[in-house]
Write a protein that binds this ligand. Structure first.
Ligand SMILES: Nc1ncnc2c1ncn2[C@@H]1O[C@H](COP(=O)(O)OP(=O)(O)O)[C@@H](O)[C@H]1O
Ligand SMILES: [Mg+2]
Length: 309
């Protein structure tokens, strides 16, 4: 009898790849780089894939010169987020690899066509507390650190917004207000931060009709305003949980990429399948494996089933 040897996934493959290795029998999931092999590089070492150039935008970067709010760096550090200009950590390395794959899909290069609306990325998960906000904010911080891109992080978890508090910022008008009030320009709700390249669009006032507003024909026009004069902008949406609230499935129809956060030892395959079936509005879905054990230093980010540190 043949015994198939079990090869545990390499520790150095990215969290997108590791999630794919666990859940790759779910046909709804596509990967950005078909046939991509897990990286053999040591952590911190760039691989050819990590540095795949993305197509430069023909338009110059627009430099915002208005007021900026100050982000509380200590708060970021305490919650285990990437700290701008801080030391290289396991977390910053993981998100560096994840962002390259997402940027490649958003912008394309000589070999790959950009995904339609790929610059709009929804960070979703099946349930609350699986790390959506953690991943959305870290991804935003990682992309903002690139000179050629800026990020607009949209708090789209309308019932439980947490982006502003994570950054130590005060409330403001936001996306839901701009959807509800045609007189309010969505760009006037954007908060520019003192982190170069990072702007925030708050969730706005809570309403019971959030799904209806999102499903209205005006939403696409409002979202277009976020990027129409700014091709360097990547828009990241921090989503509500797919199985707990209906806006997630509507949001999926407005974005080009969905990142599904799965909590390694908690998200069941059934929950994941159900959540994915609600997000069919987006064709480009990737899974991101979040760590089993949370630690403020991020040391355990990405470790799972005992194969991590
Ligand atoms: N990989 C991680 N490392 C450290 N803390 C994490 C990690 N993922 C999530 N957390 C923490 O777990 C809690 C829940 O995560 P959060 O991103 O708020 O979940 P969600 O947005 O899906 O409800 C937060 O306190 C967050 O900072
Ligand atoms: Mg959240």
């Amino acid at each position: 009898m043949m015994v198939k040897k079990y090869n545990p996934p390499k520790k150095t493959s990215s969290l997108l790849e590791r999630a794919g290795e666990i859940y790759d029998y779910i046909p709804a999931v596509r990967t950005i780089e078909n046939g991509a092999k897990p990286s053999d590089a040591e952590p911190g070492q760039e691989t050819a894939r990590d540095i795949t150039p993305v197509a430069p935008s023909p338009m110059p970067m627009q430099v915002y010169d208005g007021p900026r709010v100050i982000v509380d760096r200590d708060k970021l550090r305490e919650a285990g987020f990437i700290v701008p200009d801080g030391p290289v950590t396991g977390i910053s390395e993981e998100f560096r690899i994840i962002k390259r794959q997402l940027l490649l899909a958003a912008k394309g290069n000589q070999r790959t066509n950009p995904v339609p609306n790929g610059e709009r990325i929804l960070i979703c998960s099946a349930h609350p507390n699986e790390g959506k906000t953690f991943c959305a904010l870290n991804l935003a911080l990682s992309i903002a650190a690139e000179k050629d891109n800026e990020v607009l992080l949209v708090d789209a978890d309308f019932a439980k917004p947490s982006i502003l508090s994570s950054l130590g910022l005060e409330g403001n008008k936001g996306l839901m207000d701009a959807l509800a009030d045609p007189e309010l320009l969505v760009e006037d709700c954007i908060i520019h931060t003192d982190i170069p390249g990072l702007a925030i669009l708050p969730a706005g006032d809570q309403t019971n009709a959030d799904t209806e507003y999102l499903a209205s024909s005006r939403t696409e026009k409002v979202l277009n305003r976020l990027t129409q004069n700014n091709p360097h902008r990547i828009v990241i949406f921090d989503s509500p949980p797919a199985l707990a609230a209906s806006p997630a499935s509507v949001l999926a129809t407005h974005v080009g990429q969905v990142v599904m956060v799965v909590k390694a030892d908690e998200t069941t395959e059934t929950a994941l399948r159900d959540a994915l079936s609600l997000l069919v509005g987006c064709e480009h879905i990737q899974l991101l494996l979040n760590g089993t054990k949370f630690s403020p230093t991020g040391r355990h980010f990405g470790s799972y089933y005992g194969y991590g540190e």
